[in-house]
Design a protein around this ligand. Structure first.
Ligand code: DQA
Length: 145
């Protein structure tokens, strides 16, 4: 079983981009945190700035993943395509954000992805990913028994 961790647009610039909001740690640092949190479970960790690429990876996860963690970034608030792709999954989906979008601009208060997420973790910086990975794998294990 593999755990998918997918990341949306501009997260490749993590560490450089708006560090007052997103902190100084990079995507590589976040990937390392996820791998430690996942223990023996293999992690497929990816980032894309392109909506269609993320849709394709969600389709790929249909055959492979025991659970999926996704930080859709700005697509959280805009993408019916990601919502529809996630609807095709039967495994747990954990939505993850570094910041707490509910405490920011009004347009960040709505998430399409939350409509299908098993749960949402936001506001803890890179630690959000550790919590999301732990939660996703626990849900996956519960389903397996
Ligand atoms: C984000 C929050 C989104 O509103 C924003 O567009 C991002 C990052 C987060 O991780 O806090 O790009 O998903």
């Amino acid at each position: 079983p593999v755990l998918y961790v997918l990341n949306g647009p501009n997260l490749n610039l993590l560490g450089v981009r708006e560090p007052d909001i997103y902190g100084h740690e990079t995507m590589a640092d976040v990937q390392a945190l996820c791998e430690v949190a996942a223990g023996d479970t293999r992690v497929v960790f990816r980032q894309s700035n392109h909506e269609g690429q993320l849709v394709d990876w969600i389709h790929e996860a249909r055959n492979e993943a025991c659970a999926l963690v996704i930080n859709p970034a700005a697509f959280t608030h805009t993408s019916v395509a990601l919502l529809d792709a996630l609807k095709t999954l039967s495994v747990p989906v954990v939505e993850c954000h570094l910041s707490n979008p509910a405490a920011r601009e009004d347009f960040r208060r709505h998430s399409y992805v939350s409509l299908v997420a098993t749960g949402v973790i936001s506001g803890f910086g890179p630690h959000s990913y550790e919590l999301a990975v732990t939660a996703a794998l626990r849900l996956a294990r519960e389903r397996a028994v």
